[in-house]
Design a protein around this ligand. Structure first.
Ligand SMILES: [Zn+2]
Length: 153
């Protein structure tokens, strides 16, 4: 059994995020508020990877995500693979996919945008650009911003 496989199989139920670019690992930890979890969390960084020079991995036992959490991960790091573990088996293994649109997740970087002046939800259209990364376009003012640089709310 490979060591990578052992990492995944070590939890009974939960989620493993794999192939996280090392420079994004702690951003993902912060955006998912993993410091607030009371269930077991294992975080590894700068592990060897064929795909990236170095990668990070996060294992969360007895914890599952909302679709909104997955959207946030995809915006920041579309390279991430999501493994869902139930009863020691990987029941789902997929790359996170960028949503077609995001509502209320990201702040518009345009200070003159109506969403920064009124108490309203932001709304962005998402396009996939080079390298599978996301480009956000504000529905209201048209300002474009790279998904990985977006300010998440
Ligand atoms: Zn805007």
């Amino acid at each position: 059994m490979s060591k990578d496989k052992m990492l995944v199989e070590a939890i009974r139920d939960g989620i493993v995020l794999d192939h996280i670019p090392s420079d994004k690992l702690f951003k993902i930890v912060a955006l998912l508020h993993l410091e607030e979890l009371t269930t077991p969390v294992t975080i590894g960084n700068n592990l060897q990877s064929v795909r990236h020079q170095r990668k990070g991995i996060i294992k969360m036992a007895d914890h599952f995500f909302s679709p909104k959490d997955v959207d946030k991960i995809a915006l920041l790091a579309p390279e991430v693979h999501l493994n869902v573990i139930r009863d020691y088996q990987v029941v789902e293994k997929r790359k996170v996919t960028l949503p077609v649109e995001v509502r209320g997740l990201v702040r518009c970087p345009n200070p003159k945008c109506i969403t920064n002046a009124e108490p309203m939800q932001t709304f962005f259209h998402v396009r996939v650009v080079e390298g599978g990364k996301g480009m956000l376009e504000c529905h209201y003012c048209g300002r474009k911003t790279k998904a990985e640089e977006a300010e998440l709310l």
